[in-house]
Design a protein around this ligand. Structure first.
Ligand code: UGA
Length: 442
C-alpha cells in the first residue's frame, strides 16, 4: 500500500473521524482547525465527540507519529516538513438561505490553500455539498495541476469509526480517472466495494442515500399511525417487511421523527436542488411534511395521555421528558426531534422536566435546556408529573424502576415514542404504557 501525506481540513465529526481512521490505515495525517481551544484539547488527547473508539484511534495515531493537529488550513497543507499530496475538505456546509447549502467556509479555505498546494495534489470534498461543487471548487482553485475529487462520507454518529473502517461502499467521483484511483487507493486495505464515477454522480449519491433513508423512516412513521387506526402492530409489520431482502430490517424503527445534523439539512437541500432543476420532487416534500407532522402527532399522544382527549389542554400540566439528544449513543442535540417535540409541548402550555444520561447539569438541577428544566436523575424527572414521554432510545431507560417512578409521578403514564420499553415491566410497576403503532392493549 502507498502511504500518503494527507491534510484534513476541519476536525468536526467527519474530519476527526477521517483523520484518525486514515492514520490508523498507515497514512501520515495532519488535521487542521481554526478553533485553538479545541486543538489544545486534541493535543492533550481529549476528544469532545462521544464516539466509540475515536479517542483511542486519536491517541494511537499521535503516539505513532502519524497524526498531528495544527491551527489553520495553510499549516496543514504545507509546512517545512510536510507537503500534502491529498487534502480532505471536511468543513461545515450549513443550511443557508432558502435551504441551499452555504459554502462560504469551503470557499474561504480554498482561497487560503490555493497558492500552497503542491503540483499534482488532489483536493477531496468529503462534506456533503450540492451537486456541482466539485466543478465550482476547481474553478475557485484555478490550478490546472490540482484535481478535485468528490468522496462523500456515509458515517453515522455513534458508529462513525466502525462505518469508516468497515464501510458498505466507497464512492469516488472525478472526471480524471487517475486522481479518482489515487483517492480510492487510500482505502484499499478496507476491501469495500468501490464506485468510481463522475463528480456530479458522486455528489448526488450522498443526497440520494440520505433522502431515501428519510423517506424510509417517514413511511414507517406513517405506517405506525395507520397501525394504530387499524389495530395492527408496527413491530410485526416492519419485521415482516424487513425479511424481504430488497427492504432489509434496518432503519425501520418508528420514532418521534428523524433529525440530527444530516437528514433534515440534506432533504431540504435536495428539495432546493430539485426546484433549481425545475423538478417537482413531490415524494421528498411528502417525506419532509410527514416528519414535521410526526412531532405534532407525538404531542397529540401526550395530550391524550394527560387529558384523555385529542384536543385536551396541556396548560398547567407537568411532563417528564426522557432523552433529548437526536438519537442514543451521541451527545448531539442538533435538530433533535426531542427538542422539537419539547418546544411544541411548551407552546401547548406544559411545564417540562428533562433527563438525558449524557447531558449533565453539572450539579445545577433545574438548568434550562431550550425550555426544559434539566435534572440529573430520571426519578427526579418523574416527580409530580402528569405523564412521561420517552423521546431518545437510550438503552438504560429499559432498566428503570417503574414502581419507583410511579411513586414519584402524579399520574403513572408513559408515552414511549421509540417502542423501547418493556411494556409489561412498566405495567407491573403500575404504569400505563403508550407506544407507537401498537394496539392499545398490547
Ligand atoms: C445519517 C446517515 O444514516 C448516515 O449514513 C450519513 O452518513 C449521515 O447521516 C451524514 O449525512 O453524515 P446520522 O445523522 O448520524 O446519520 O443519524 P442516523 O443514525 O441516520 O439517524 C437519523 C435520525 O433517524 C435520528 O433522529 C434517528 O433517531 C432516526 N431513526 C433512525 C429512526 O427514527 N428510526 C430508525 O430506525 C433509524
Amino acid at each position: 500500500m502507498f502511504v500518503r501525506r494527507i491534510a484534513v481540513i476541519g476536525t468536526g465529526y467527519v474530519g476527526l473521524t477521517t483523520g484518525a481512521c486514515l492514520a490508523s490505515l498507515g497514512h501520515r495525517v495532519v488535521c487542521a482547525d481554526v478553533d485553538a481551544a479545541k486543538l489544545e484539547r486534541l493535543d492533550r488527547g481529549e476528544v469532545d465527540i462521544l464516539e466509540p473508539r475515536l479517542a483511542e484511534l486519536v491517541a494511537e495515531g499521535r503516539a505513532a507519529g502519524r497524526l498531528s493537529f495544527v491551527r489553520g488550513a495553510a499549516a496543514a497543507v504545507r509546512s517545512p516538513e510536510f507537503a500534502a499530496e491529498v487534502v480532505f475538505l471536511c468543513l461545515p456546509t450549513p443550511m443557508g438561505v432558502g435551504g441551499v447549502a452555504d459554502l462560504s467556509i469551503v470557499e474561504q479555505v480554498l482561497r487560503e490553500i490555493r497558492p500552497l498546494l503542491q503540483p499534482d495534489a488532489v483536493v477531496v470534498n468529503k462534506s456533503t455539498v450540492p451537486v456541482g461543487t466539485a466543478v465550482r471548487t476547481a474553478e475557485l482553485l484555478d490550478r490546472d495541476d490540482v484535481t478535485v475529487v468528490s468522496n462523500p462520507e456515509f458515517l453515522r454518529e455513534g458508529s462513525a469509526v466502525q462505518d469508516f473502517l468497515a464501510p458498505d461502499r466507497i464512492v469516488v467521483g472525478c472526471d480524471q480517472q487517475d486522481a479518482a484511483e489515487r483517492v480510492a487507493a487510500l482505502y484499499a486495505r478496507l476491501g469495500a466495494p468501490t464506485v468510481l464515477t463522475d463528480a456530479a454522480s458522486a455528489e448526488l449519491v450522498k443526497y440520494a442515500a440520505n433522502c431515501f433513508l428519510a423517506m424510509k423512516l417517514s413511511y414507517v412513521n406513517a405506517m405506525a399511525e395507520l397501525c394504530e387506526r387499524l389495530g395492527a402492530d408496527i413491530s410485526d409489520v416492519t419485521e415482516g417487511m424487513g425479511y424481504d431482502r430488497r427492504i432489509g430490517q434496518s432503519f425501520l424503527q418508528p420514532g418521534p421523527g428523524w433529525g440530527g445534523s444530516c437528514l433534515p439539512k440534506d432533504t431540504q437541500a435536495m428539495l432546493q436542488v430539485a426546484d433549481g432543476a425545475d423538478f417537482e420532487f413531490r415524494l421528498l416534500r411528502a417525506t419532509i411534511d410527514t416528519n414535521t407532522r410526526q412531532r405534532q402527532r407525538i404531542v397529540d399522544k401526550v395530550r391524550v395521555a394527560v387529558t384523555g382527549k385529542r384536543d385536551g389542554s396541556l396548560s398547567r400540566s407537568r411532563i417528564g421528558v426522557l432523552g433529548l439528544t437526536f438519537k442514543s449513543g451521541t451527545n448531539d442535540l442538533r435538530d433533535s426531534p426531542a427538542l422539537a417535540v419539547a418546544a411544541l409541548l411548551r407552546q401547548a402550555g406544559a411545564e417540562l422536566i428533562g433527563y438525558d444520561p449524557v447531558l449533565s447539569t453539572d450539579g445545577a438541577d433545574g438548568a434550562d435546556l431550550a425550555g426544559v428544566s434539566m435534572v440529573d436523575d430520571p426519578y427526579l424527572a418523574a416527580k409530580d408529573t402528569d405523564a412521561l414521554v420517552l423521546l431518545t432510545e437510550w438503552p438504560e431507560f429499559r432498566s428503570l424502576d417503574w414502581a419507583r417512578l410511579a411513586e414519584a409521578a402524579r399520574e403513572p403514564v408513559v408515552v414511549d415514542t421509540r417502542n423501547l420499553l418493556d411494556a409489561e415491566a412498566a405495567r407491573r410497576g403500575g404504569f400505563e404504557w403508550i407506544g407507537l403503532g401498537r394496539p392499545v392493549a398490547a
